[in-house]
Design a protein around this ligand. Structure first.
Ligand code: HEC
Ligand code: HEC
Length: 293
């Protein structure tokens, strides 16, 4: 009887351990995946910036995977059909090159291969993800003041808690209330749409997969709350981008000022050259010629 219980317990524990997150003994592959790839990929939780990598080792040959993960753009530029198709499908978003050794890439692939997914929980598409802040609010529920605060965080008017550099020092966003930002990195006005939504943005901001940006925040990490607000700002920037430059009635005032200026100019010239308008230029010359004779 006692023996049987023990066996049952053992059986139960081994089942549970399959489903337990393997964080207890994090492998090198897992560490690298979380550090570099997780910003853009899930395994079995749907598309993020890049494709879901579940079963990728069955879809692609190891050789292909090793070269693609090392330098995806090299494979694409060499004209590999699968890679080119994938690149087009993913809005030509560039997967950054990695300075990883073959064995490190292999350890990541082993990690991906080993992930067991609960089929009932599998979701597809980024729509399934909804980002929330500490209070459980979605971006859609934020108030106007929150978005103003978010903009200030982006522009550096409010300092990041850990003193990281303001996003605007490297990135531009088209927003009438902002000065133009840095040109070092991509314009982020439509990053929300391009990269496929809030989860993707949030993970890029929390855990930047780009060496320059990662270095900028390595010792001054962005907090989850800040990442949430910055994601909200980029959501708003994308949504409002069609209104920028027109929502302040620039077009109307251009027209009005244009008409006034035209009146002043033409009226002024008309007065100044009143005589010219009435008499021909030739008339003056003709008279002058007559005098000198
Ligand atoms: C900045 C986002 C980003 C990061 C970081 C990133 N990827 Fe990608 N990945 C992509 C995109 C986007 C694609 C789709 C192809 C393209 O656009 O080049 C892709 C495609 C892939 C593919 C091909 C998938 C398929 O269905 O054939 C693999 C494999 C892959 N990535 C693995 C990785 C691994 C491993 C890492 C971490 C070392 C990583 N990626 C980091 C964005 C990223
Ligand atoms: C030191 C410069 C620097 C700072 C500061 C910086 N970034 Fe970046 N960021 C980069 C670089 C470089 C890339 C890589 C892509 C590129 O070349 O634009 C990047 C990429 C991104 C991307 C992906 C863009 C895309 O379309 O592929 C997002 C989103 C982003 N940064 C958001 C932010 C946010 C939000 C902040 C502020 C917390 C920030 N960045 C601060 C340099 C920076």
């Amino acid at each position: 009887m006692y023996m049987k219980n023990l066996l049952q317990l053992f059986f139960l524990m081994s089942i549970v351990s399959i489903f337990l997150p393997k964080s207890m003994a994090q492998s090198e592959g897992e560490r690298l995946f979380i550090q570099i790839c997780r910003a853009c990929h899930t395994v079995g939780e749907g598309r993020l910036v890049g494709p879901d990598l579940l079963n990728v080792t069955k879809r692609r040959s190891e050789e292909w995977l090793l070269s693609f993960i090392k330098s995806s753009q090299t494979v694409i530029k060499n004209g590999d059909n699968d890679a080119v198709d994938l690149f087009k499908e993913f809005n030509q978003i560039i997967m950054p090159d990695q300075t990883l050794s073959q064995s490190q890439i292999k350890s990541i692939l082993t990690y991906i291969e080993g992930i067991v997914v609960d089929k009932t929980k599998t979701v597809s598409g980024t729509e399934q993800f909804k980002l929330q802040n500490k209070e459980g609010l979605n971006i859609g529920k934020l108030r106007a003041e929150d978005f103003i605060q978010a903009r200030k965080l982006f522009s550096g008017d409010i300092r990041l808690i850990n003193n990281g550099p303001a996003c605007i020092s490297c990135h531009n966003v088209v927003d009438d209330n902002l000065i133009s930002g840095g040109l070092l990195a991509k314009d982020l006005t439509s990053a929300y749409k391009r990269l496929g939504g809030e989860m993707a943005l949030n993970s890029i901001i929390t855990n930047p997969p780009f060496p320059v940006m990662a270095a900028a925040y390595a010792n001054n990490p962005i907090t989850p709350d800040e990442a949430f607000l910055l994601t909200a700002f980029l959501y708003k920037a994308n949504k409002d981008s069609i209104f920028q430059w027109t929502h302040k009635d620039y077009q109307n005032s251009f027209l009005k000022n244009g008409i006034i200026t035209a009146f002043v100019l033409f009226g002024g010239f008309g007065l100044l050259w009143w005589n010219r308008k009435r008499k021909s230029v030739n008339h003056h010359i003709y008279k002058r010629q007559l005098k000198t004779k």
